[in-house]
Design a protein around this ligand. Sequence first.
Ligand SMILES: Cc1ncc(C[n+]2csc(CCOP(=O)(O)OP(=O)(O)O)c2C)c(N)n1
Ligand SMILES: [Mg+2]
Length: 625
Amino acid sequence: MRLTVAQALVRFLSVQSVERDGHQQKFFAGCFGIFGHGNVAGIGQALLEAGDDLPYYLARNEQAMVHTSVGFARMNNRLKAFACTSSVGPGATNMVTGAAVATTNRIPVLLLPGDVFATRRANPVLQELEDPASLDVSVNDCLRPVSRYFDRIWRPEQLPQALLHAMRVLTDPAETGAVTLALPEDVQTEAFDVPDELLLERVWQVRRPPPEARLIDDLARRIRASKRPLIVAGGGVIYSGATESLSTLARATGIPVAETQAGKGSLRFDHPASLGAVGATGTPGANDIARQADLVIGVGTRWSDFTTASYSVFQQPDVDVVNINITPFDSTKLAAAAIVADARVALDVLVEQLANWRVQGAYEQEYQGHAARWNKTVEEAYAQAHEPLPSQAEVIGAVEASSGDRDVVVGAAGSLPGDLHKLWRARDPKGYHVEYAFSCMGYEIAAGLGVKMAAPDREVYVMVGDGSYLMMNAELVTALSEGIKLIVVLVVNHGFQSIGALSEAVGVERFGTKYRFRDASGQLDGALLPVDLALNAESLGADVLRVDSIAQLRDALTVARTNTNTTVIRITTDPHVGAPDSQSWWDVPIAEVSTRATTREALKTYEVNVNQQRTYLRPTTLSDD
Ligand SMILES: Cc1ncc(C[n+]2csc(CCOP(=O)(O)OP(=O)(O)O)c2C)c(N)n1
Ligand SMILES: [Mg+2]
């Protein structure tokens, strides 16, 4: 069949499926795109011909369309994804940040940026960078380090192999992330004889590798010998659909479970073995249990510094760490004994192996006491009734109370992720969607769109700070044009409260973190800016509700739930009231010399805290011999 490269590519994408646990589904839900000369006549023409075979969605910003795709694929536990097409040049470089979000979070997205002419007929083409040392470099090379697979299709004959490798990586639970196929503008429109076999329907098996029997036997024996075991559940538990298995294991053995940001929701908050969030944004109870743990089993976690409280969360000198992870790269972190396996399969084996074994009753009572006390702390924070402006915790409480068990809260950057991680009481494995691997400002609204596209039957609450909102709000227009409904809770605190608080803690005096006029001293400490973000949201087609109190917020949330249009609720909070403390630490180094007393003070505190840091280099050996 004679097709253009773009036509062959689009047809190929439309016949790819994945299968896991005997359930088969189409892998690509469609293609987001913004057209320019680099893709309109190639991929654009092919998408026009393809119609419903690969539905096209117009985005407003290339970075945002990658966020939307990430939100969608994460909600689908990585078994369904989007492609994203951009023009050559700025459209392509706009995708770099989105690609990094995808790859850091291990979420599949296929990027199809236009590229410079392969024939070099009339270079430089508009938007070509031109590296004087090498004409085969283009701005798309920026996508290499943020992609798990990168290829550039200089000739039509290269397309089949590139497509097969793209699918291999996208559907591989260990390797997945952003995949980039850079498509020179002239090659996209070039016709070639496409081998018929390339366009046959293809089913990619998503593997569930079992653990090595010997290793899981050793782990079970080690667990039986432990006094204070702790499971740390990461995103891998949710992506592999292991939440039921984890719940069964925790219920049967009494081993407590603490959750990372991506792993939150692994257990319902009121599960008897749930300790909630752990680490720098964790609960004091989870962190206390972690400090004293003699055996830590990390399941599907990449062990970010927030989870390990910058290598301070585990304090027992002889603590053993075992990682169950499908990704070899993550499996040896913290010098752990590595069990490279699918989380669900491994946990199911452990349930059998640990039959008739249970942690000591005193341990169970101890951690359940922590959980109960924290629940009380959450209730108090939610009912703080802070005057005149409410605290952010109260806002979270009102949103949680408004949400149904299956609804989803979405967040990414600022002070919201930490507060949500601690406070939010997750009731469904897909109900908590905070992007905290890249913590990318601007992810919130764009990703919320993808979450809602993946789960139209759930209410999606996007919680976004004024800083993130200002950085990327244009997808509200996409929500309008596609008839996709979000509830956006816009928390105005006149700047970067999170970085403001951090700045104060590191002796930098909230410098450069406020949305204020420059004052006579030359600092941004003047009057508040007369900026109305609610009006901005209204202008983009959202229904807008302006509220000044928690009581009004509750009413607005009720209205928003009955609305069919995207609804933005704007509330102003007091930036100086933080959520309850984690009794934990995060390593942000302080200037070692300074003319400022505040910085010197911060350094003294830092020097005390840094003493809690451990190396986590002690080898954990599972076998007896
Ligand atoms: C794209 C991007 N730029 C910078 C940062 C660093 N950063 C983290 S939080 C934050 C401020 C966020 O402000 P806002 O959304 O208003 O939330 P708040 O801190 O006020 O809760 C900044 C600048 C980031 N995470 N992402
Ligand atoms: Mg803010």
